[in-house]
Design a protein around this ligand. Sequence first.
Ligand SMILES: [Mg+2]
Length: 340
Amino acid sequence: MTATVERIESWLVDVPTIRPHKLSMTTMGCQTLVIVRITRSDGVCGIGEATTIGGLSYGVESPEAISSALTHYLTPLLKGQPADNLNALTARMNSAIKGNTFAKSAIETALLDAQGKALGLPVSALLGGALQTSLPVLWTLASGDTAKDIAEGEKLLAERRHQAFKLKIGARELATDLRHTRAIVEALGDRASIRVDVNQAWDAATGAKGCRELAAMGVDLIEQPVSAQDNAALVRLSQQIETAILADEAVATAYDGYQLAQQGFTGACALKIAKAGGPNSVLALARVAQAAGIGLYGGTMLEGTVGPLLLCMPGRHCRCSGEPRCSARCYSKTISSAYR
Ligand SMILES: [Mg+2]
């Protein structure tokens, strides 16, 4: 007999970060995880996670809104439905509920986890099979203090834990951010790849100037330098700047990826499972991007332990941006064709 969805529970879990995590739009000292447990009628349980960064300062879903959508909308919709047909359940969710990709992602993840446990298979097998078993993980240097960031990078290099670092910039004046970045490139750049994430902070003119200077100083990747609303500027930068431009906030779903490709974007897309609406949904985006010749890059939302583990799924052209507390440090292999 087919197992059905019997119970969906969720919890908000506040976890302090190991240090203040400075983004262009907010500084995080605590992360709120939304942990979901689905219990099927056969007694099998699956665990999912929906975690967003910085409350509503980053995206449109807050932890409280995710929890409410799970309790009041998704649970009544899914309860009693066959639990082993993910495509049918995803279609049911998308037909009845617009957006809310983080809440849907937690459900999809928990359903896959339960199905894997029921069949004795890893989630990768349910999604068609893993192309590789490890990926490289970068570390985010986001204290905002140049000397502290350099010391943290030196320590991680000495421990042979990471060889790529991402700086969070955009909250300060351009000249200050450029000075900060240049100092870190000069200190670590001969032994590590340095990337920056601007988190949409620059307008088009600042983006053009900032990206030119970052490329000239040897930064390897520039993430979302301009607003997610301004795809025209993002596309121009991807075509004009030698360093790869990464679309993050500008691309969540396969449709977003298609639009960017159609507009001539030549950079890379940040794959984030929660942003896309779940493991299946992020694979749809990955396939659109790959068909268009756009590179892929795996990113996290500062999740706990559940979310990052699924990041292995999208395929072999993938880099994971491990953030503080990211537990998935097992990835180690670099596929350099992800970037031009
Ligand atoms: Mg980003």
